[in-house]
Unconditional design. Sequence first.
Length: 94
Amino acid sequence: MKRNLSLFPVVRRLHFSENFSGTQGKGLRVFHIVINGVMASPNMDIFDKAGGGFRAMSEEFAATAVGGFIKIDLIGVKQQPKINAIAVQQAFAL
């Protein structure tokens, strides 16, 4: 099913886990997350944020889709950036 995401605000949940043996340490893989042209998370270090290797963690970012699309850029600072999964859902007001 296709939905025009520009009709409502969305929450993007990005899932990460540092599972590569060569990046099992703080500062060994660092990258920026840019969403729709806006810096959402500078200097992302999965190992540091997850509290170690082989641990899952996620970050949530709220925004509105532009032209029905969401653009997520991962910009490498050290090593190659990585992401394990992306979830997009409609944001609901409470």
